[in-house]
Design a protein around this ligand. Structure first.
Ligand code: FAD
Length: 388
């Protein structure tokens, strides 16, 4: 079986890349080990939600899936309020002040997976192999060869690793990506709130980690509390009423009393970057290429920007050009390096700055928040960058 491009992994980034490549005049295959389970129809809220930037929303719209999201499950962030560990330190961002309709959209992981997966299934020109397991990958001068667990062999000009943080493709290609664990978990849960959130996303830089409450439709909010492993384990053991009480107290009661509607779950957090994004006949996208701390809610947005850029580079290759050509792929790598490095540096620096007991550093960081809050132009610049 021969293709121009094989995408390994149809998570949010791999699936969006395959859909974005449909107009690039390429034959495509997607290999996914664990296709998403069909929705159970219970209407329960997924505890894993994303802050999708308007730039990512536009990209997903071009992939033909944004309008497929159930609107009743998407909410808009119109304001962000970020607090330091001293009560007077706050920085606020507003869509209105920046001349935007919204700063971000909050969407459940499951809902995004659903529309992307349905999009792939509807695409007659994408061969979806799922569940499919990969056994061996050979990158030769003319072609890449992917052996599947069922004995089939796929050949392609380009293989894209979109298979997440522990990427099998990256390992097969011998691309190093030394991880630096944060020794933190991102604890997630959803709550019904006594007070309306009015489209505001809240974040607190606390001595025990970074707590965020993101607005869901109605009087619901989604929590991400990035905190040390031991503290996270204690949060996960709490009874729902006790967890709600602790989160309400930690969030200074901004949304009043809370009630757990989706039980807590947790994800390990790490900083990681592949030393190369490309090799001849190979490219990496999404978490296979980089992992960032979730405090800026930018992980998947970075991945969508990879997918957008790679699709653009491949679409611009010219009629005769080989889509696995190293010089072409280097264009993608060069275009993505700065964005990835900047986001990793910014989130890692903030994480270190606030995850530190030094009283001088505490003063400095809180002063920094107050100072930045007074700089309208700087804030607008930060907003423009974040919305993509
Ligand atoms: C607590 C937490 C909160 C977060 N919040 C945000 C947020 O608000 N905003 C944001 O932008 N980002 C956020 N992120 C980051 C975000 O979750 C990831 O960046 C994103 O899911 C990466 O998508 P991906 O498609 O690259 O990888 P994945 O989602 O890991 O998908 C990889 C896919 O590859 C498949 N696969 C794996 N191995 C193989 C194989 N060998 N063969 C075939 N298929 C394979 C898997 O089954 C999966 O479907 C958060 C992360 C955490 C931990």
């Amino acid at each position: 079986m021969d293709f121009d491009v094989i995408v390994v992994g149809s998570g949010l980034v791999g699936a969006s890349l395959a859909l974005a490549l449909r107009t690039a005049g390429l034959t495509l295959a997607v290999v996914e080990a664990q296709p998403p389970r069909p929705a159970t129809g219970t209407g329960a809220w997924d505890s894993r939600v994303y802050a999708i930037s308007p730039g990512s929303a536009t990209f997903l719209d071009r992939c033909g899936v944004w309008s497929e999201l159930a609107q009743a499950r998407v909410s808009q962030v119109e304001e962000m309020r970020i607090f330091g560990d001293d009560v007077r330190s706050e920085i606020g961002f507003s869509a209105y002040a920046a001349g935007l309709r919204e700063l971000a959209f909050i969407v459940e992981n499951r809902e995004l997976q659903r529309v992307l997966w349905d999009g792939l299934k509807r695409a007659p020109d994408v061969a979806v192999i799922a569940p499919g397991s990969c056994r061996a990958l050979t990158l030769a001068a003319e072609l890449a060869q992917l052996e599947l667990g069922d004995g089939r062999t796929l050949r392609a000009r380009l293989v894209v690793g979109a298979d997440g943080a522990d990427s099998w493709v990256r390992t097969q290609a011998a691309i190093e990506a030394p991880p630096r664990p944060y020794h933190q978990l991102g604890v997630v849960a959803n709550f019904a709130t006594a007070k309306p959130h009015r489209g505001v996303a809240f974040q607190w830089f606390r001595s025990d980690g970074v707590l965020a409450l993101l607005p869901l439709p109605g009087n619901l909010a989604s929590m991400v509390w990035s905190t040390a492993d031991a503290h996270a384990a204690r949060l996960l053991e709490l009874a729902p009423t006790e967890l709600a009480a602790q989160v309400a107290a930690a969030s200074r009661g901004v949304l009043g009393d809370l009630q757990v509607i989706t039980p807590a779950a947790a994800f390990p957090l790490r900083l990681q970057r592949a030393r190369q994004l490309v090799k001849p006949r190979l490219a990496l996208v999404g978490d296979a290429a980089h992992n960032v701390h979730p405090l800026a809610g930018q992980g998947v947005n970075l991945g969508f920007r990879d997918a957008r850029e790679l699709a653009w580079v491949l679409a611009q290759r010219g009629v005769q050009a080989d889509c696995g050509d190293y010089r072409l792929l280097r264009r993608y790598e060069r275009a993505r390096q700065e964005d990835i490095a900047t986001m990793q540096l910014a989130t890692d620096t903030l994480q270190r700055l606030f995850n530190n007991d030094n009283p001088w550093l505490a003063r400095l960081r809180n002063f920094g928040l107050r100072l930045t809050n007074r700089q309208t132009q700087l804030k607008n610049l930060l907003v423009q960058h974040a919305v993509g």
